[in-house]
Design a protein around this ligand. Structure first.
Ligand code: DLL
Length: 433
């Protein structure tokens, strides 16, 4: 059990004084060690000593994905590379991925926050934890893995894919906890039905699902089909990975943010003014304890709101509402973050293709399917079928190389894609979550 009672149930004032101390140390550190932070703070006319209260946070400049891209890959790291013992990455705009790094204490911190999250779901030492988040550059697999071990539960590092085998493992090993994206949980439910395995034959008790948006309807479906309690977990690579916020089994609303480590704000995405508790806006996080890759006021683009009302579990940690959308056009397709601009970038590099395209996302069973409709030029269109087939395949391969996502490609006649009269509507998301 990983219940850090003296932190989780601290009165507000106690927690805020810890946050302030950590924030002041952080700001001094990034100012001294990370040139882009110093440049931005100098430009904004703010010095580390100006941060005297938590309210002074708003004097600090925001950090955005563009800052990450401009300093790709390691330019925002605050420790020497020799102290960095792990990197992870997630896809970003125009093909450059977002790279994040961890020192040994960062990896330990991550394991601790993840273990605290698992505890919120009632996971304990005796549990058999089936970890179906992908292992690799994605933070899901390894991030959860270390937390499960830190808790002393048994981890089954199964990663994603091969659902049939996963069902056998769940049944034979007696998995009690499932960690996966919500859509993959539904896939596993289908695989169970195909294999004639009922939820009654499993020992599964709770599912911890995140990394993509999911609705209450989807939660009900997962709970019914797998015979479990399904809870939400939130995180992003930039802030640490999974383990930023977690729904406890008592929560009537939202996820507890581990705010002794991740200081949240909600801001108006247009004016960038911080919003009071309860109002909907863009989530912004400052990492208070991370060494290698600290972030000051990082704009997540995720839409949510914060509320302070006490939770039945006794934790005083602030809660964030389920993330329902984003302020940008990022899509999450089978767990991979995809920006339409990346698709555009690929298309623009191919001769015979017009800059008119449309992305359609649907769901086939529980699997996301991305289709790209691409207009071709007149002379290509009148070409023989072999040429068109070759072009289709080339687009498919290049998109797969760039994004890691297999998509369907359909070439369409010149001028058949509707021209926009304002902002182009390039994406139709027909997934019913
Ligand atoms: O998805 C980390 C993670 C792994 C979280 C496993 C939970 C479980 P990224 O690949 O960097 O990191 O993607 C982060 O995914 O900004 C949100 O838009 C979205 N996201 C993550 N969790 C949730 C959630 C991981 N529970 C991006 N609900 C974030 C809705 C989520 N969206």
């Amino acid at each position: 059990m990983m219940w850090v009672e003296e932190i989780e149930t601290l009165p507000r004032s106690g927690l805020e004084s810890i946050q302030l101390r950590r924030l002041q140390a952080l700001v001094h550190r990034v100012y001294a060690q990370v040139r882009p932070y110093r440049a931005k703070m100098d430009a904004a006319g703010v010095k580390p000593d100006d941060i005297r209260s938590l309210a002074d946070l708003r004097k600090l400049p925001y950090t955005t994905k563009d800052d990450l891209r401009d300093n790709y890959p390691f330019g925002l790291f605050a420790t020497p590379m020799e102290d960095v013992i792990r990197v992870h990455a997630s896809s970003g705009t125009t093909g450059k991925s977002t790279v994040v790094g961890y020192t040994q204490p960062d990896i330990e911190l991550w394991a601790q926050v993840m273990a605290r999250c698992l505890t919120m779901a009632g996971v304990t030492k005796g549990d058999m934890v089936h970890n179906a988040y992908g292992y690799g550059l994605f933070t899901g697999g390894l991030g959860a893995h270390y937390g499960i071990e830190a808790l002393g539960a048994t981890v089954i590092p199964v990663s994603g894919g091969n659902s049939r085998r996963q069902v056998t493992i769940m049944r034979d090993f007696g998995s009690t906890v499932l960690l996966s994206t919500p859509s993959y949980a539904l896939n596993l439910a289908d695989a169970m039905a195909d294999a004639g395995v009922t939820s009654g034959e499993l020992k599964l008790r709770v599912g911890i699902h995140g990394a993509e948006p999911w609705s209450e309807n989807m939660r009900e479906e997962v709970e019914r089909k797998l015979g479990i309690r399904a809870v939400d977990i939130y995180g992003l690579s930039e802030i640490i990975g999974p383990g930023v916020a977690m729904e406890c089994i008592h929560s009537d609303r939202g996820m507890h943010i581990l705010e002794d480590n991740f200081l949240p704000e909600v801001v108006d995405p247009e004016t960038l003014e911080p919003l009071p508790y309860g109002e909907v806006g863009e989530l912004v996080f400052t990492t208070l304890t991370k060494e290698a890759f600290p972030l000051v006021r990082y704009r997540t683009k995720d839409i949510s709101r914060l509320f302070l009302e006490p939770c039945a579990c006794g934790r005083t940690l602030i809660r964030m509402e389920k993330v329902t959308g984003r302020t940008d056009d990022m899509l999450i397709i089978r767990g991979v973050n995809v920006f339409p601009s990346q698709v555009e970038h690929v298309l623009m590099g191919i001769d015979g293709v017009e800059p008119h395209y449309q992305i359609e996302v649907t769901r086939d069973g529980n699997l996301d399917v991305m289709s790209v409709l691409v207009e071709v030029s007149e002379n290509i269109f009148s070409d023989e079928i072999k040429v068109l087939e070759k072009l289709t395949r080339r687009i498919q391969v290049e998109i797969k190389d760039m994004l890691g996502v297999t998509c369907k490609v359909k070439l369409v006649e010149p001028r058949s894609i509707q021209r926009s009269e304002g902002k182009a509507q390039r994406v139709t998301d027909r997934r019913k979550l």
